[in-house]
Design a protein around this ligand. Sequence first.
Ligand code: SF4
Length: 315
Amino acid sequence: MIKSNPFKYSDDNKRYHTLNYHYKKKFNNKVFKVVLDAGFSCPHIKNGVGGCTFCSIRGSGDFTLNASVALNKQYEHQKQIMLRKWPQGQPIAYFQAFTNTYAALDTLKIIYDPFYENQYDNLGVALGTRADCLSDATIAYFDQQARGKPTTIEIGVQSIHERTNQIINRGHGLDVVEKILKQCATKQFDVVLHLINGLPYEDKAMMLESAKWVARQPVAGVKIHMLHLLKGTKMANDYLKNPFDLLSMEQFIDIVIGQLEVLPPEMVIHRLTGDGLVDDLIGPLWTIKKRVVLNNLDKEMVKRNTYQGKYHASY
Ligand code: SF4
């Protein structure tokens, strides 16, 4: 424990509420995510509107085995990889790629039930989706399942600004997100929101406004991504014809610190850097150096003597 750290939700040098700290407190153990691809697609792509312009063919997913591999084989394979790093760790099943509620409830049950019925040794379930792809029945299903096993539903927001959401072809407005958040507020699962920093033509003030909006929502956590400009995406093609400013690492760190300062200290920061596919990355190339980004962020927070929630009313 570093005594000079004024942030109370930390047992190391971090001045923000890390997911690692949250898991340690909740499960009394090291917990890791086993990333799975259940073969979902995305309604936003399928409906002929082209999808979000930054979205790669992998549906903004992480490094998973192909969905053609059975889920039980994916689970074992990914778990063994993680156990090599953390032999004592325990898994959470994480459905990340595309929109993981984009199916009829009967199909969702076939996919998710085994992860709630102790056919696997996962401590919990986490999944990413869109606000416009959560039906009442789906919400009720996960509400019920979350009573037996911790469940997290991640919902993409990316930006609260209408103009940006048109530029990136987000496909729904903030009103849709706000409506679903109200509905989920009383449910047993946690909600985690996603923001992306560095979207085209957004400045620091706009990104801070998005974070301030997140701070007011009834959610347990947030993921803050840096935009990855990936080869083959519509955004990359637009950028090559008509470049917009990409954030430097220093700008990103400055903006993230401002965002952390306005978020409630209890809100869990699920991620501050992403894992872009290096071979596909057009920019910003500094995002490959995740450890450097996080170390520099920590140092800058110490230098500024700041921490998550410094300017939030609850701290
Ligand atoms: S909602 Fe997600 S999966 Fe669908 S197009 Fe947008 S980023 Fe891609």
